[in-house]
Design a binder for this molecule. Structure first.
Ligand code: ISL
Length: 551
């Protein structure tokens, strides 16, 4: 697929714009802040930045609820600022990937307002359905569907006198992809940004695009069967199976159609356009996004690390997680590795700081695209956010000051740590939109750049390795040497890159002789925070002493 594309061995760095850099000191990050910090990203060596949504939005879901797909939200700046960012990024060779949110708009979208009025063109742009009545003749929603953010996925609209579907917050009405005009409108949105020269898109919540067709169920949307997962009540998303609202067959052709739109712009800009889709689903459904016998598709985000590993996973478990993806991929497709994003607890919190280097190294040395969430190169931890400070709707909707943490995505969204000045150098505002994590004085760019060893320095060295021919194109091999020692090699006939991970809290003597592609003598080119190996050191493959947690 797209042989020779710039993204074949690329690092895509995810920026959460609210929390990267605040240029006007209102407490919220912005586009000019990103432009200011492009030299940092250039120096780090990333190939592209994917920005979480920057479009006009009432911010009920912090930009994932979009009023106008073609306008920049004033919190982030102006269209002029966007063009400046594009210009400077291009000059530095950093590509821009936008977040495309096709499943839903905001209720403040013009399309939705017209749809409420039952306006001819827009009447069926969203999923509208009549309510029913309960035993006491009270109006109740069309069926038992539940929103991802708890409670009924149906909201009654007084003007239209019908319910609309929202799989996320009440302010995020689901678009109706059975309407050809909706499909066309949304393709036009892609074209609008492709005309501006963006290098691709990250596509949000794509496996939720379609619901079953009521025509196949006697004109009604059927009730979801219960999941029977213990510990959940009728207000919880997990209470139901979602077989009628997820992974519908029609989804894939829509994705392939988007790919075709991107393809049409490749000649204009003389570059391959990257498309990555977000779908939390089983591996079989995931793989269908790659395409089929006749049509090219997308790169589905690989969430196996996020979903299957923890701080006690053994070398063998990590290897089988890697194999799970590599073996399921259709022939000729490109892998990718995700270690975090704005919806998940950070690596240093999830695994413990000891595994940050190991997991960054694996994600960078494995074949394909590496996706790094801002701050993971520093080993940032989740911030501590009180109930009073909580703003994430997924947490607020729990209505539970004692148990909101399990759902809150605020901790991984706290401001980026630039240095040890006020607000970690993110902003000089009195109050930032989320508080800065308390450990910013010891985990930040400035201190990690000055240190002899740091997560940042190791990450940067391995990014440089990723761009070598061996790691871009070499054969992959993984070997489990013990419960705690995992070895990954990427080899060409004349050069082999060897990554060794010690997961144990004690020194391990490692013998690489059994791995035939490893040369007799090795030179250290990158060494993590827990290592005593100096760069440029010469090592013997039969006799490698790996300090505790060394990568
Ligand atoms: O976070 C998840 C799994 O832990 C997902 O189920 C996630 O809620 C879902 O895939 C959609 O996420 C995306 O769309 C949401 C937005 O709130 C998230 O931030 C975004 O990543 C709605 O647009």
């Amino acid at each position: 697929v797209n042989a020779g594309a710039w993204w074949e061995s690329a690092v895509v760095y995810q920026i959460y714009p609210r929390s990267f850099k605040d240029s006007n000191n209102d407490g919220v990050g912005d586009l000019n802040g990103i432009t200011l910090k492009l030299p940092y990203l250039k120096d780090l060596g990333v190939d592209a930045i994917w920005m979480s949504p920057i479009f006009k939005s009432p911010m009920q879901d912090f930009g994932y609820d979009i009023t106008d797909y073609r306008a920049i939200d004033e919190t982030f700046g102006t269209m002029q600022d966007f063009h400046e960012l594009m210009k400077h990024a291009k000059r530095l060779g950093i590509r821009i990937i936008l977040d495309y949110v096709p499943n839903h708009t905001s209720t403040s979208s013009e399309w939705f307002i017209k749809s409420i009025r039952n306006n001819d063109t827009y009447a069926d742009y969203y999923i509208w359905a009549n309510g029913t009545t309960d035993a006491n003749n009270n109006r109740i929603p069309p069926n038992n569907w539940i929103s991802k953010f708890r409670k009924s996925a149906w909201e009654y609209n007084e003007d239209r006198k019908q319910y609309y579907l929202h799989q996320f917050v009440i302010g995020q009405p689901d678009l109706n992809y059975r309407h050809p005009q909706v499909q066309e409108e949304m393709k036009d949105v892609l074209r609008f940004w492709l005309e501006k020269g963006v290098s691709g898109f990250r596509i949000d919540a794509v496996n939720m695009l379609f619901e079953v067709n009521p025509a196949d169920y006697g004109g009604k949307y059927p009730n979801e069967p219960l999941s029977n997962e213990p510990g959940y009540g009728p207000d919880d998303y997990e209470y139901l199976t979602h077989i009628y609202t997820k992974d519908q067959n029609e989804t894939y052709d829509v994705v392939y159609d988007w790919r075709t739109v991107l393809d049409q712009y490749e000649a204009k800009d003389n570059e391959s356009k990257l498309m990555m889709t977000e779908a939390y689903t089983d591996i079989e459904h995931m793989m269908r996004y790659y395409g089929n016998a006749t049509r090219n598709g997308s790169i589905p985000f690989n969430f196996v690390f996020l979903g299957e590993l923890n701080g006690t996973s053994t070398a063998a478990q990590i290897q089988s997680t890697i194999n799970k993806w590599m073996q399921a991929m259709p022939a000729g497709k490109l892998a990718n590795w995700v270690n975090g994003n704005h919806d998940h607890s950070r690596m240093a919190t999830r695994y413990g700081d000891n595994r940050v280097d190991a997991m960054n190294m694996l994600a960078l040395l494995l074949p394909g695209v590496t996706i790094t969430y801002q701050g993971e190169e520093l080993g940032m931890t989740d911030g501590e956010i009180s109930w009073e400070e909580t703003v994430d709707p997924q947490a607020c909707n729990t209505d539970d000051p004692l148990h909101y943490q399990a759902k809150s995505r605020d901790p991984c969204r706290t401001p980026f740590h630039w240095d040890n000045s006020t607000n970690a150098g993110f902003s000089t505002a009195n109050k930032t939109w989320l508080p800065v994590a308390s450990n910013y004085a010891t985990v930040n760019v400035a201190i990690e750049q000055a240190a002899n060893r740091s997560h940042y320095k190791f990450y940067k060295d391995v990014v440089a390795l990723k761009h070598t021919s061996a790691v871009s194109t070499g054969a992959l091999n993984t070997t489990v040497l013990s419960d705690n020692v995992l070895v990954i090699t990427r080899s060409l006939p004349n050069v082999t890159v060897v990554g060794v991970v010690n997961l144990a809290n004690s020194t391990q003597d490692v013998d690489l002789n059994p791995i035939s592609v490893v040369p007799k003598k090795l030179t250290v080119v990158a060494s993590g925070v827990s290592c005593t190996l100096e760069k440029a050191f010469e090592l013997e493959r039969g006799n490698l002493s790996m300090p505790a947690y060394c990568a």
